[in-house]
Design a protein around this ligand. Structure first.
Ligand code: AMP
Ligand code: GLY
Length: 423
């Protein structure tokens, strides 16, 4: 069988690696891919937003299944374009990907179906948003409605900050049209957990839990990033929390989407906050997390192609989804200065050290080929993942493997997974 993956980051590398384990698969394409994905897939230089070219490529090359890794093409309707041409594709249609594409939509859905989340109001008018802030409790959270590369969320401690935030989002359009509408919501405190799940329109199978580290610096300081590292499972995600989420969050979300005439097939990523009043939804995403995928997929035992097919065919209830009883930690190696200013084009050395070492992985996020060399080509460069019998062992292994890699402006956090010491 031939599989195509759409995307180019560490997440897509982890998906390609996992797809390559399937005995059913004899050829993988990745569009556009990166220098690491080339090990498993033939990279095709078609952009993720070029839906017609991607569909034409899938037809010409008799691709049996296309897997969409990224949010932009999903929210833009790539699945509808593929389906209209009779192509098999894994991911939500446009009318379901709105679960990630519009924060106002997802908040309204949660309110209507009593799914626990922070209290909120949504606004399409800046004056009304500013007036609302006058009597709002601080700190307060502002969210641009649409996709904003994970940067459209502002946590404001003072009224001044919040007013400036509304101006930036709605008037200055700092996040473009994502700011035509915004959500203002209650600030929550607690542990954050990411739970990714497979969904076939009616059945949902949650994967093992993970936790991301979004800030650039040690001790959760500095700017928000796409994610500087992850660990899995989260020791704070207990069986009791899991049971609550299955009953009051996961299945109700899938049922709500179906009831709205927007059946969701693909991945729902639940960003959860474990508050004093119980777990609440911070956000939904309609795809694997990055770098959550880099710790969850190496622990998945089930053939992922079978799961993708079951989601498309509506037979997920017949799948036995299994994860190893171990742990994984992923440390992101970034270019110093990320997420603001950083240099690219630095030669990366040591990648070959990972070859043949069971339980150690190096997923490429921003790399490119230059002649025979592999060089840095982004803010997040590599995700170094290691498994272990428990989280402490996995963390020690991951930080050992971090030392195998060198490049001139290598930067990483030293405290990925440190929270587990408090568990
Ligand atoms: P989001 O893109 O919605 O996940 O938001 C990005 C990050 O902002 C989350 O991972 C949280 O750390 C934080 N955040 C979002 N919403 C809230 C909230 N209501 N209360 C506290 N922190 C929040
Ligand atoms: N790591 C968070 C995300 O993928 O959105």
């Amino acid at each position: 069988m031939k599989v195509m993956i759409v995307g180019s980051g560490g997440r897509e590398h982890a998906i390609a690696w996992k797809v390559a384990q399937s005995p059913k698969v004899d050829k993988i394409y990745c569009a556009p891919g990166n220098a690491g994905i080339e090990e498993y897939a033939e990279c095709v230089s078609i952009g993720a937003m070029e839906f017609d070219r991607l569909a034409a490529f899938a037809k010409e090359n008799a691709v049996d299944l296309t897997v969409i890794g990224m949010d932009d093409p999903l929210v833009g309707g790539i699945v509808d374009v593929f389906e209209a041409q009779g192509l098999r594709v894994f991911g939500p249609r446009k009318n379901a990907a709105i679960l990630e594409g519009s924060k106002a939509f997802s908040k309204d859905l949660m309110k209507k179906y009593n799914i626990p989340t922070a209290a909120y109001e949504s606004f399409t008018d800046a004056e009304a948003a500013l007036a609302y802030l006058e009597s709002a409790k601080l700190p307060i959270v502002l969210k641009a409605d649409g996709l904003a590369l994970g940067k459209g969320v502002l946590i404001c401690n003072t009224l001044e900050e919040a007013k400036d935030g509304v101006k930036e989002i709605m008037m200055d359009k700092k996040f473009g049209s994502a700011g035509n509408c915004m959500v203002i919501e209650e600030f929550m405190t607690g542990r954050e957990v990411s739970v990714l799940s497979y969904v076939d329109g009616k059945t949902i199978k949650p994967m093992t839990s993970a936790q991301d580290h979004k800030r650039a610096g040690d001790g959760d300081t500095g700017l928000n990033t796409g994610g500087m590292g992850t660990f899995s499972p989260s020791p704070f995600y207990t069986e009791e929390v899991d049971a609550f989420c299955r009953k009051y969050i996961y299945q109700p979300t899938v049922d709500a989407m179906a009831a709205e005439g927007r059946p969701f097939k693909g991945i729902i990523f639940f960003g959860l906050m474990l508050t004093e009043d119980g777990p609440k939804v911070l956000e939904y995403n309609a795809r694997f997390g990055d770098p959550e995928a880099q710790v969850v997929l190496p622990r998945m035992k089930t053939d992922i192609v079978d799961v993708f097919e079951a989601c498309i065919d509506g037979t997920l209830d017949q799948v036995d989804l299994e994860f190893a009883d171990n742990a994984a930690v992923c440390v992101v190696l970034a270019s110093d200065g990320y997420p603001v200013h950083y240099e690219k084009g630095m030669k990366i050395e040591g990648l070959e050290t990972f070859r043949g070492k069971d339980g150690y992985y190096v997923f490429h996020a921003g790399t490119a080929k230059r002649g025979e060399d592999i060089v840095t080509n982004g803010g997040r460069v590599l995700g170094v993942t290691a498994t272990g019998t428990d989280l402490k062992a996995a963390r020690a292994n991951a930080y050992e493997a971090v030392q195998w890699i060198s490049f001139a402006n290598k930067y990483y956090r030293n405290d990925i997974g440190k929270a587990i010491d408090e568990a």
